[in-house]
Design a protein around this ligand. Sequence first.
Ligand code: SF4
Length: 358
Amino acid sequence: MKQLLALSDDDLTAFLKSIGEKPYRAGQIYEWVFKKNARDFAAMANLPSPLKERLARHFRIASLNVCEPEVSGDGTVRVNLSAPDGVVFPAVILDAARPTGARKIPSSSACLSSQAGCPVGCAFCASGGELKRNLTRGEIVESFLAARDFVKSRGDDAAKISGVLFMGQGEPLLNYENVTGAISDISAEGKIALAQRHITLSTVGIVTGIRRLAADGFKVRLAVSLHAADDDLRKKLIPRASSKVSTVLEAALAYAKSSKTRLTFECVMIKGVTDTPRRLEELALAILRFISGHAPVVVNLIPFNENPRAGAEASYFRASDDKTLYLARGYLVSRGIFTIIRRNKGRDISSACGQLGV
Ligand code: SF4
């Protein structure tokens, strides 16, 4: 039986035509699934019974088993999802109450996986491990729906997912078709309708993928995991980073210009490795040379999360202390680069950056 959510709009329309149904039925089906949360074709009251039976014979709407959520002391929630073939991958819900005017609207962000495991093997990361397989478009969308179900289950009508981060397990641009298909579903008006500017895709700098995103007209925000501006050090931290830093920055800038979006550069702060004055100066010079003045940019300093499941090299890594973090931010700001220190959320449930192994 096929996954309904793994189909593109064209695939579903072609199926409907092949059984003599009108294309507008696709819109009705999507409305039930995405707006009315139907998980069973029988609930789709405005579809004729023979069509509902036929759909139920060919497709299943939900294919993932949602494991018991783990809740962090800071409100971060981790949900593991298991597929029928035994593959398990995480989604994380970053839970925040943001002030909007005088009211507080409970809004959360969903951090989604793109692959089960990850082939990139960053030296500091326990999220990846061996690649098991790419997630399908439907599995990625279903993980978003699981996150949305969780926030709705808190019984607050205003609760919603207002942002999506592709920062879970996997390198999104190594699963281009399925990730961009899921982005299309999440952002489509007739489906989830979350604007692409609220979706951030994090990549180690897969240049072909970045160029494709630009050519395909996507408007998501790009976050490039730079970590270091020196090619040799970067190669040690990201063994599968095959492009030079200059090439990655040029591709990122071209994307930012074509999509009119802000660029984020992420830098994991490892004591004595990426947080030294020399490394920060290299970082500043690279950003000033390639990006600043051409596109809005923010540098995200991410405190390294020590994790026994990370690679052997990571056992020698230590997190930068707070004073060094603030000095690093101060230095980059003094060079005219907007810089923030990312808050570490979900550490107690192994759900912070680099901790998403299962
Ligand atoms: S940081 Fe991202 S790209 Fe690198 S190994 Fe971990 S999951 Fe893969």
